[in-house]
Design a binder for this molecule. Sequence first.
Ligand SMILES: C=CC1=C(C)c2cc3[nH]c(cc4nc(cc5[nH]c(cc1n2)c(C)c5CCC(=O)O)C(CCC(=O)O)=C4C)c(C)c3C=C
Ligand SMILES: [Fe+2]
Length: 409
Amino acid sequence: MELSRRRLLGTVGAAGAAGLVVGGAGGAIGASASQEDTPKALTTLGSTEVPFRAARARHQAGITTPLQANGHLAAFDLAPGADRKAAAALLRRWSRTAEELMAGRAPDADTGIALDAGPSSLTVTFGFGHSFFGRTGLAKRRPVQLDPLPDFSADALDPGRSNGDLWIQIGADDALVAFHALRALQKDAAGSARLRWQMNGFNRTPGATTHPMTARNLMGQVDGTNNPKPSDEDFDQRIFVGRDTEQQWMRGGSYAVVRRIRMLLDDWEKRSRHEQERVIGRRKDNGAPLTGGSETTPMRLDANGPDGLPVIPANAHARIAAPESNQGAAMLRRPFSFHDGYREDGAPDAGLLFVCWQADPLRAFTQIQRKLDRGDALSPFLRHEASGLFAVPPAAEPGDYVGRPLLEG
Ligand SMILES: C=CC1=C(C)c2cc3[nH]c(cc4nc(cc5[nH]c(cc1n2)c(C)c5CCC(=O)O)C(CCC(=O)O)=C4C)c(C)c3C=C
Ligand SMILES: [Fe+2]
Protein backbone atom coordinates (compact mmCIF):
# COMPACT_ATOMS: atom_id res chain seq x y z
CA MET A 1 0.00 0.00 0.00
CA GLU A 2 2.89 2.31 0.85
CA LEU A 3 4.41 1.68 -2.58
CA SER A 4 1.08 2.37 -4.19
CA ARG A 5 0.74 5.72 -2.44
CA ARG A 6 4.25 6.80 -3.38
CA ARG A 7 3.73 5.78 -6.99
CA LEU A 8 0.50 7.69 -7.08
CA LEU A 9 2.11 10.73 -5.60
CA GLY A 10 4.87 10.46 -8.15
CA THR A 11 2.35 11.36 -10.79
CA VAL A 12 1.13 14.40 -8.89
CA GLY A 13 3.61 16.90 -10.25
CA ALA A 14 2.88 16.14 -13.86
CA ALA A 15 -0.86 16.03 -13.29
CA GLY A 16 -0.84 19.24 -11.32
CA ALA A 17 1.37 21.08 -13.80
CA ALA A 18 -0.84 20.09 -16.68
CA GLY A 19 -3.94 20.96 -14.64
CA LEU A 20 -5.19 17.45 -15.27
CA VAL A 21 -8.46 16.63 -13.55
CA VAL A 22 -9.35 12.96 -13.45
CA GLY A 23 -13.07 12.81 -12.79
CA GLY A 24 -14.24 13.25 -9.20
CA ALA A 25 -11.92 12.63 -6.30
CA GLY A 26 -13.82 9.49 -5.28
CA GLY A 27 -13.52 8.05 -8.76
CA ALA A 28 -9.78 8.52 -9.07
CA ILE A 29 -9.04 7.20 -5.62
CA GLY A 30 -11.40 4.23 -5.92
CA ALA A 31 -9.84 3.15 -9.22
CA SER A 32 -6.30 3.38 -7.88
CA ALA A 33 -7.05 1.39 -4.73
CA SER A 34 -8.47 -1.51 -6.68
CA GLN A 35 -5.96 -1.54 -9.57
CA GLU A 36 -2.57 -1.38 -7.89
CA ASP A 37 -0.65 -1.90 -11.13
CA THR A 38 -2.17 0.94 -13.09
CA PRO A 39 -1.89 4.05 -10.93
CA LYS A 40 -3.81 7.04 -12.18
CA ALA A 41 -3.05 10.68 -11.66
CA LEU A 42 -4.67 12.31 -8.68
CA THR A 43 -7.34 14.96 -9.17
CA THR A 44 -6.15 18.53 -8.84
CA LEU A 45 -8.07 18.64 -5.56
CA GLY A 46 -6.02 15.74 -4.20
CA SER A 47 -2.70 16.78 -5.66
CA THR A 48 -2.65 20.40 -4.50
CA GLU A 49 0.23 20.90 -2.08
CA VAL A 50 0.70 23.88 0.23
CA PRO A 51 4.38 24.23 1.19
CA PHE A 52 5.22 23.95 4.89
CA ARG A 53 7.67 26.80 4.34
CA ALA A 54 6.90 28.93 1.32
CA ALA A 55 9.95 30.19 -0.53
CA ARG A 56 9.24 33.89 -0.07
CA ALA A 57 6.59 34.11 2.66
CA ARG A 58 7.81 34.20 6.25
CA HIS A 59 4.47 33.19 7.74
CA GLN A 60 3.10 29.71 8.42
CA ALA A 61 0.65 28.08 6.01
CA GLY A 62 -3.04 28.19 6.97
CA ILE A 63 -3.34 31.96 7.36
CA THR A 64 -3.57 33.27 3.82
CA THR A 65 -4.18 29.80 2.33
CA PRO A 66 -7.64 29.58 0.70
CA LEU A 67 -10.22 28.07 3.06
CA GLN A 68 -10.25 24.28 2.97
CA ALA A 69 -13.33 22.08 3.12
CA ASN A 70 -12.39 20.38 6.42
CA GLY A 71 -10.83 21.78 9.56
CA HIS A 72 -9.78 20.60 13.00
CA LEU A 73 -8.77 22.92 15.81
CA ALA A 74 -7.03 21.41 18.81
CA ALA A 75 -5.46 22.80 21.96
CA PHE A 76 -2.99 20.90 24.15
CA ASP A 77 -1.65 21.49 27.63
CA LEU A 78 1.89 20.43 28.47
CA ALA A 79 1.97 17.32 30.65
CA PRO A 80 2.93 17.80 34.31
CA GLY A 81 6.71 17.99 34.47
CA ALA A 82 7.14 18.74 30.76
CA ASP A 83 9.60 21.63 30.61
CA ARG A 84 10.96 23.89 27.90
CA LYS A 85 13.20 21.13 26.56
CA ALA A 86 10.26 18.74 26.28
CA ALA A 87 8.23 21.47 24.56
CA ALA A 88 11.07 22.06 22.09
CA ALA A 89 11.27 18.33 21.32
CA LEU A 90 7.50 18.25 20.76
CA LEU A 91 7.56 21.21 18.38
CA ARG A 92 10.41 19.53 16.52
CA ARG A 93 8.37 16.32 16.15
CA TRP A 94 5.23 18.23 15.19
CA SER A 95 7.05 20.31 12.58
CA ARG A 96 8.60 17.21 10.99
CA THR A 97 5.25 15.42 10.88
CA ALA A 98 3.46 18.48 9.49
CA GLU A 99 6.06 18.93 6.75
CA GLU A 100 5.82 15.26 5.74
CA LEU A 101 2.04 15.21 5.72
CA MET A 102 1.70 18.52 3.85
CA ALA A 103 3.98 17.05 1.17
CA GLY A 104 1.70 13.98 0.94
CA ARG A 105 4.21 11.65 2.58
CA ALA A 106 3.26 9.19 5.31
CA PRO A 107 4.97 9.57 8.68
CA ASP A 108 6.70 6.63 10.42
CA ALA A 109 4.37 3.96 11.88
CA ASP A 110 1.53 5.41 9.87
CA THR A 111 -2.12 4.60 10.57
CA GLY A 112 -2.92 4.41 6.84
CA ILE A 113 -5.94 6.70 7.17
CA ALA A 114 -4.86 8.90 4.26
CA LEU A 115 -3.39 6.20 2.04
CA ASP A 116 -4.24 6.75 -1.66
CA ALA A 117 -4.93 10.46 -1.20
CA GLY A 118 -2.61 13.31 -2.12
CA PRO A 119 -1.86 16.26 0.16
CA SER A 120 -5.27 17.79 -0.64
CA SER A 121 -4.15 21.32 0.37
CA LEU A 122 -3.37 20.16 3.90
CA THR A 123 -2.07 22.88 6.18
CA VAL A 124 -0.95 22.56 9.80
CA THR A 125 -0.47 25.77 11.79
CA PHE A 126 1.02 25.94 15.30
CA GLY A 127 0.48 28.55 18.03
CA PHE A 128 1.33 29.26 21.68
CA GLY A 129 -1.20 30.30 24.34
CA HIS A 130 -0.66 32.63 27.31
CA SER A 131 -0.21 29.72 29.78
CA PHE A 132 2.62 28.17 27.73
CA PHE A 133 5.12 30.82 28.75
CA GLY A 134 4.79 30.44 32.53
CA ARG A 135 4.98 26.64 32.28
CA THR A 136 8.21 26.72 30.28
CA GLY A 137 10.00 29.49 32.20
CA LEU A 138 9.58 31.86 29.27
CA ALA A 139 7.32 34.44 30.95
CA LYS A 140 9.69 37.26 29.96
CA ARG A 141 9.26 36.37 26.32
CA ARG A 142 5.48 36.42 26.41
CA PRO A 143 4.18 39.17 24.10
CA VAL A 144 1.75 41.68 25.63
CA GLN A 145 -0.53 40.89 22.70
CA LEU A 146 -1.26 37.57 24.46
CA ASP A 147 -2.81 39.31 27.48
CA PRO A 148 -6.21 37.68 28.03
CA LEU A 149 -9.09 39.04 25.99
CA PRO A 150 -11.55 41.16 28.00
CA ASP A 151 -14.93 39.75 29.01
CA PHE A 152 -17.74 40.69 26.66
CA SER A 153 -21.31 41.02 27.96
CA ALA A 154 -22.68 38.30 25.68
CA ASP A 155 -19.95 35.75 26.52
CA ALA A 156 -21.00 32.35 27.85
CA LEU A 157 -17.56 30.78 27.68
CA ASP A 158 -16.68 27.24 28.69
CA PRO A 159 -13.15 27.35 30.20
CA GLY A 160 -12.60 23.67 29.38
CA ARG A 161 -13.00 24.44 25.68
CA SER A 162 -11.03 27.68 25.77
CA ASN A 163 -7.35 28.69 25.56
CA GLY A 164 -4.57 26.11 26.16
CA ASP A 165 -0.75 25.99 26.11
CA LEU A 166 -0.43 24.97 22.47
CA TRP A 167 -2.81 25.25 19.53
CA ILE A 168 -2.98 23.47 16.19
CA GLN A 169 -5.14 24.43 13.23
CA ILE A 170 -5.50 21.76 10.55
CA GLY A 171 -7.20 22.34 7.19
CA ALA A 172 -7.51 20.05 4.16
CA ASP A 173 -9.81 19.54 1.22
CA ASP A 174 -10.18 15.85 2.10
CA ALA A 175 -11.76 14.76 5.39
CA LEU A 176 -9.53 11.68 5.79
CA VAL A 177 -6.37 13.69 5.12
CA ALA A 178 -7.42 16.21 7.77
CA PHE A 179 -8.26 13.54 10.38
CA HIS A 180 -5.06 11.67 9.58
CA ALA A 181 -3.05 14.78 10.40
CA LEU A 182 -4.94 15.27 13.66
CA ARG A 183 -4.25 11.68 14.76
CA ALA A 184 -0.57 11.81 13.77
CA LEU A 185 -0.02 15.06 15.69
CA GLN A 186 -1.93 13.80 18.72
CA LYS A 187 0.25 10.68 18.79
CA ASP A 188 3.38 12.82 18.54
CA ALA A 189 2.23 14.64 21.68
CA ALA A 190 1.93 11.50 23.81
CA GLY A 191 3.83 11.89 27.08
CA SER A 192 4.58 15.60 26.51
CA ALA A 193 1.16 17.20 26.15
CA ARG A 194 -2.46 16.15 26.46
CA LEU A 195 -5.44 17.26 24.49
CA ARG A 196 -7.37 20.08 26.20
CA TRP A 197 -10.09 20.59 23.60
CA GLN A 198 -10.74 19.77 19.98
CA MET A 199 -13.28 21.11 17.48
CA ASN A 200 -14.22 20.06 13.96
CA GLY A 201 -15.32 22.36 11.17
CA PHE A 202 -16.10 22.46 7.50
CA ASN A 203 -16.50 24.74 4.52
CA ARG A 204 -17.78 24.29 1.03
CA THR A 205 -15.79 21.79 -1.04
CA PRO A 206 -13.81 23.35 -3.91
CA GLY A 207 -15.55 22.54 -7.17
CA ALA A 208 -19.06 22.44 -5.67
CA THR A 209 -19.93 25.75 -7.33
CA THR A 210 -19.63 26.76 -10.97
CA HIS A 211 -16.78 29.13 -10.11
CA PRO A 212 -14.78 29.95 -6.96
CA MET A 213 -16.98 32.08 -4.68
CA THR A 214 -16.85 33.58 -1.21
CA ALA A 215 -17.99 30.97 1.31
CA ARG A 216 -21.45 30.89 2.90
CA ASN A 217 -21.99 30.28 6.60
CA LEU A 218 -24.81 28.25 8.22
CA MET A 219 -27.06 31.34 8.31
CA GLY A 220 -26.84 31.29 4.53
CA GLN A 221 -24.90 34.53 4.26
CA VAL A 222 -21.99 35.19 1.96
CA ASP A 223 -19.27 35.56 4.62
CA GLY A 224 -15.77 36.86 4.03
CA THR A 225 -16.42 39.50 1.36
CA ASN A 226 -14.77 42.45 3.00
CA ASN A 227 -11.73 40.62 4.28
CA PRO A 228 -8.41 42.41 3.79
CA LYS A 229 -6.74 41.13 0.59
CA PRO A 230 -3.04 40.17 0.30
CA SER A 231 -2.87 42.70 -2.55
CA ASP A 232 -3.87 45.56 -0.19
CA GLU A 233 -1.01 47.94 0.54
CA ASP A 234 -1.45 47.61 4.31
CA PHE A 235 -2.24 43.86 4.39
CA ASP A 236 1.05 42.70 5.90
CA GLN A 237 1.05 45.50 8.43
CA ARG A 238 -2.47 44.60 9.58
CA ILE A 239 -2.09 40.82 9.68
CA PHE A 240 1.57 40.07 10.41
CA VAL A 241 3.85 41.19 13.21
CA GLY A 242 6.36 43.76 11.99
CA ARG A 243 10.05 44.30 12.59
CA ASP A 244 9.52 46.75 15.48
CA THR A 245 8.10 44.09 17.80
CA GLU A 246 9.64 43.67 21.27
CA GLN A 247 9.47 39.91 20.82
CA GLN A 248 11.59 39.31 17.74
CA TRP A 249 10.68 35.61 17.67
CA MET A 250 7.18 36.74 16.59
CA ARG A 251 8.40 38.87 13.66
CA GLY A 252 6.50 37.64 10.58
CA GLY A 253 4.01 35.78 12.79
CA SER A 254 0.39 36.63 13.58
CA TYR A 255 -2.14 36.36 16.42
CA ALA A 256 -5.12 34.05 16.07
CA VAL A 257 -8.36 34.65 17.94
CA VAL A 258 -10.60 31.57 18.00
CA ARG A 259 -14.26 31.70 19.08
CA ARG A 260 -16.81 28.91 19.03
CA ILE A 261 -19.94 30.85 18.14
CA ARG A 262 -23.20 28.89 18.22
CA MET A 263 -25.92 30.22 15.97
CA LEU A 264 -29.52 30.30 17.21
CA LEU A 265 -30.72 29.00 13.87
CA ASP A 266 -34.34 28.37 14.93
CA ASP A 267 -34.72 32.07 15.81
CA TRP A 268 -32.77 33.22 12.76
CA GLU A 269 -34.74 31.16 10.29
CA LYS A 270 -38.04 32.63 11.57
CA ARG A 271 -36.96 36.05 10.24
CA SER A 272 -37.90 37.10 6.71
CA ARG A 273 -35.15 37.44 4.15
CA HIS A 274 -35.66 41.23 4.28
CA GLU A 275 -35.13 41.28 8.07
CA GLN A 276 -32.07 39.00 7.79
CA GLU A 277 -30.53 41.30 5.21
CA ARG A 278 -31.02 44.35 7.44
CA VAL A 279 -29.29 42.49 10.31
CA ILE A 280 -26.13 42.19 8.20
CA GLY A 281 -26.50 45.18 5.85
CA ARG A 282 -25.94 43.01 2.80
CA ARG A 283 -28.13 40.98 0.42
CA LYS A 284 -28.39 37.28 1.08
CA ASP A 285 -28.31 36.07 -2.53
CA ASN A 286 -25.12 37.72 -3.76
CA GLY A 287 -23.64 39.45 -0.69
CA ALA A 288 -23.99 42.94 -2.24
CA PRO A 289 -24.39 45.86 0.18
CA LEU A 290 -27.98 47.11 0.66
CA THR A 291 -26.84 50.36 -0.96
CA GLY A 292 -26.53 48.52 -4.30
CA GLY A 293 -24.02 47.12 -6.76
CA SER A 294 -22.38 43.71 -6.60
CA GLU A 295 -20.63 41.78 -3.81
CA THR A 296 -17.45 43.80 -4.19
CA THR A 297 -19.10 47.25 -4.39
CA PRO A 298 -18.11 49.27 -1.31
CA MET A 299 -20.90 49.87 1.24
CA ARG A 300 -22.22 53.46 1.23
CA LEU A 301 -22.56 53.90 4.96
CA ASP A 302 -23.79 57.51 4.60
CA ALA A 303 -26.63 56.73 2.16
CA ASN A 304 -30.17 57.43 3.44
CA GLY A 305 -33.43 56.02 2.05
CA PRO A 306 -36.59 57.97 1.17
CA ASP A 307 -37.58 57.74 4.87
CA GLY A 308 -34.43 59.66 5.78
CA LEU A 309 -32.98 56.64 7.61
CA PRO A 310 -29.68 54.92 6.76
CA VAL A 311 -30.13 52.27 4.05
CA ILE A 312 -27.61 50.13 5.93
CA PRO A 313 -29.16 50.21 9.41
CA ALA A 314 -27.22 51.81 12.27
CA ASN A 315 -26.96 48.43 14.03
CA ALA A 316 -26.18 46.33 10.92
CA HIS A 317 -23.35 43.88 11.61
CA ALA A 318 -21.26 44.87 8.58
CA ARG A 319 -21.53 48.58 9.46
CA ILE A 320 -20.50 48.10 13.09
CA ALA A 321 -17.62 45.76 12.21
CA ALA A 322 -16.30 47.88 9.29
CA PRO A 323 -12.90 49.61 9.54
CA GLU A 324 -14.71 52.96 9.06
CA SER A 325 -16.46 52.38 12.42
CA ASN A 326 -13.31 51.12 14.17
CA GLN A 327 -10.49 53.60 13.54
CA GLY A 328 -9.39 51.54 10.57
CA ALA A 329 -9.16 48.23 12.48
CA ALA A 330 -9.36 45.10 10.33
CA MET A 331 -8.67 41.39 10.70
CA LEU A 332 -8.45 38.43 8.34
CA ARG A 333 -11.44 36.18 9.08
CA ARG A 334 -10.83 32.53 8.19
CA PRO A 335 -13.57 30.49 9.85
CA PHE A 336 -14.97 26.98 9.61
CA SER A 337 -18.64 26.12 10.15
CA PHE A 338 -19.41 23.45 12.74
CA HIS A 339 -22.26 21.09 13.45
CA ASP A 340 -21.98 18.94 16.58
CA GLY A 341 -25.41 17.26 16.44
CA TYR A 342 -28.51 18.49 18.25
CA ARG A 343 -29.05 19.88 21.72
CA GLU A 344 -31.57 18.54 24.22
CA ASP A 345 -34.11 21.15 23.11
CA GLY A 346 -33.82 19.89 19.54
CA ALA A 347 -31.92 22.93 18.29
CA PRO A 348 -28.82 22.33 16.17
CA ASP A 349 -25.52 22.70 18.01
CA ALA A 350 -24.09 24.49 15.01
CA GLY A 351 -22.41 27.73 14.10
CA LEU A 352 -19.04 29.19 13.30
CA LEU A 353 -15.56 28.31 14.49
CA PHE A 354 -14.55 31.93 14.06
CA VAL A 355 -10.79 32.18 13.48
CA CYS A 356 -9.34 35.60 12.76
CA TRP A 357 -5.77 36.76 12.20
CA GLN A 358 -4.17 40.07 13.05
CA ALA A 359 -0.90 41.71 14.04
CA ASP A 360 -2.45 43.10 17.22
CA PRO A 361 -5.60 41.55 18.76
CA LEU A 362 -6.26 44.58 20.97
CA ARG A 363 -6.50 46.86 17.96
CA ALA A 364 -8.40 44.39 15.77
CA PHE A 365 -10.56 41.64 17.36
CA THR A 366 -11.00 43.31 20.75
CA GLN A 367 -11.77 46.74 19.29
CA ILE A 368 -14.38 45.31 16.91
CA GLN A 369 -15.92 42.80 19.33
CA ARG A 370 -16.33 45.56 21.94
CA LYS A 371 -18.28 47.55 19.38
CA LEU A 372 -20.35 44.54 18.29
CA ASP A 373 -21.05 43.69 21.93
CA ARG A 374 -22.70 47.08 22.41
CA GLY A 375 -25.33 46.95 19.70
CA ASP A 376 -24.86 44.52 16.81
CA ALA A 377 -28.18 43.38 15.28
CA LEU A 378 -26.62 39.91 14.78
CA SER A 379 -25.73 39.37 18.47
CA PRO A 380 -29.21 38.16 19.58
CA PHE A 381 -28.76 35.21 17.20
CA LEU A 382 -25.30 34.19 18.51
CA ARG A 383 -23.74 32.64 21.60
CA HIS A 384 -19.97 32.87 22.11
CA GLU A 385 -19.21 29.57 23.88
CA ALA A 386 -15.43 29.16 23.76
CA SER A 387 -12.47 31.43 23.17
CA GLY A 388 -8.75 31.26 22.57
CA LEU A 389 -5.92 33.63 21.77
CA PHE A 390 -2.68 32.25 20.34
CA ALA A 391 0.67 33.64 19.20
CA VAL A 392 1.47 31.99 15.87
CA PRO A 393 5.17 32.41 15.11
CA PRO A 394 6.59 32.67 11.59
CA ALA A 395 7.29 29.57 9.52
CA ALA A 396 10.35 27.49 10.39
CA GLU A 397 13.55 28.09 8.45
CA PRO A 398 14.61 25.11 6.28
CA GLY A 399 15.75 22.23 8.50
CA ASP A 400 14.36 23.94 11.57
CA TYR A 401 11.13 23.66 13.59
CA VAL A 402 8.36 26.13 14.34
CA GLY A 403 9.09 28.18 17.46
CA ARG A 404 12.81 27.38 17.78
CA PRO A 405 13.80 31.07 18.11
CA LEU A 406 11.48 31.24 21.14
CA LEU A 407 12.40 27.89 22.67
CA GLU A 408 16.14 27.95 22.06
CA GLY A 409 16.78 31.65 21.39
C1 LIG B 1 -15.13 40.53 16.34
C2 LIG B 1 -15.23 40.24 15.09
C3 LIG B 1 -16.34 39.53 14.42
C4 LIG B 1 -17.14 38.49 14.87
C5 LIG B 1 -17.09 37.80 16.21
C6 LIG B 1 -18.03 38.18 13.80
C7 LIG B 1 -18.99 37.16 13.82
C8 LIG B 1 -19.82 36.83 12.76
N1 LIG B 1 -19.94 37.45 11.56
C9 LIG B 1 -20.87 36.83 10.78
C10 LIG B 1 -21.27 37.16 9.49
C11 LIG B 1 -20.78 38.22 8.72
N2 LIG B 1 -19.79 39.09 9.08
C12 LIG B 1 -19.58 39.98 8.07
C13 LIG B 1 -18.65 40.99 8.06
C14 LIG B 1 -17.72 41.25 9.06
N3 LIG B 1 -17.65 40.67 10.31
C15 LIG B 1 -16.58 41.15 10.99
C16 LIG B 1 -16.17 40.81 12.27
C17 LIG B 1 -16.75 39.84 13.08
N4 LIG B 1 -17.75 38.99 12.76
C18 LIG B 1 -15.91 42.08 10.14
C19 LIG B 1 -14.65 42.81 10.48
C20 LIG B 1 -16.63 42.14 8.95
C21 LIG B 1 -16.30 43.01 7.75
C22 LIG B 1 -16.96 44.34 7.86
C23 LIG B 1 -16.66 45.22 6.66
O1 LIG B 1 -15.51 45.70 6.58
O2 LIG B 1 -17.50 45.37 5.82
C24 LIG B 1 -20.49 39.69 7.00
C25 LIG B 1 -20.63 40.48 5.70
C26 LIG B 1 -19.78 40.00 4.59
C27 LIG B 1 -18.30 40.10 4.83
O3 LIG B 1 -17.70 41.15 4.65
O4 LIG B 1 -17.74 39.08 5.22
C28 LIG B 1 -21.22 38.57 7.39
C29 LIG B 1 -22.29 37.87 6.61
C30 LIG B 1 -21.35 35.73 11.55
C31 LIG B 1 -22.39 34.77 11.07
C32 LIG B 1 -20.71 35.73 12.76
C33 LIG B 1 -20.81 34.81 13.91
C34 LIG B 1 -21.26 33.60 13.86
FE1 LIG C 1 -18.93 39.16 11.01
